[in-house]
Design a protein around this ligand. Structure first.
Ligand SMILES: [Fe+2]
Ligand SMILES: [Fe+2]
Length: 183
């Protein structure tokens, strides 16, 4: 399993949560009252995983491949900038939900807009990586590159990180599906 396939699997998993959140925006607009605690947990999970683990690994990989090809460099830079924007967006959305949970008045329409903007930003980003950047990297990379990267990419300090994340992910995913079906 190469780094790229691990990152790809992250995209698949994140995308599944994001797609449900996008459906959730529709039901919010239709007047359904959301489970804000669950939403807050899902947003925290996405930002914790993406901003805290997935993007730092990508950033390191992007630095490694920088300087080989102009066309690739441009996209590497763009994606690094997007990581910063996504981090800001996660924090803002997180603050909005915290506000809602602590009784500040946020109109549902506005909340749905913010949630949808966040989801679109995330999905666009992973589609760009999957559709444009990763194929270019794959063209450039040798077996040797993957070996070097495998040793140099940040690894979680907690040896159980992967297992805990997988567990949390499947719990949240199940809860979200149940929540959607009961709405
Ligand atoms: Fe990324
Ligand atoms: Fe990514």
């Amino acid at each position: 399993m190469t780094i790229l396939s691990e990152l790809h699997q992250d995209h698949v998993n994140l995308n599944k949560l994001l797609v449900i959140l996008r459906q959730k925006c529709e039901s919010l607009r239709a007047g359904d009252h959301p489970n804000f605690n669950l939403m807050a947990d899902v947003i925290s999970y996405i930002s914790g995983y993406a901003d805290g683990f997935h993007h730092p690994r990508e950033d390191r990989m992007y630095e490694y491949f920088f300087g080989r090809l102009d066309k690739l460099d441009q996209k590497l830079n763009d994606c690094k900038v997007e990581h910063e924007k996504l981090k800001v967006a996660s924090t803002q959305l997180h603050d909005t939900i915290e506000g809602v949970l602590h009784d500040s008045v946020v109109p549902m329409e506005e909340f749905a807009d913010r949630l949808e903007a966040f989801v679109c930003l995330q999905i666009d980003h992973l589609n760009t990586e999957e559709g444009e950047l990763f194929p270019l990297i794959e063209e450039q990379a040798s077996e040797e590159d993957w070996k070097i990267l495998d040793q140099n990419l940040p690894k979680p300090e907690d040896p159980l990180f992967g297992a805990k994340q997988a567990h949390e992910y499947s719990d949240l995913y199940k809860e979200l599906i149940m929540d959607m079906n009961s709405a």
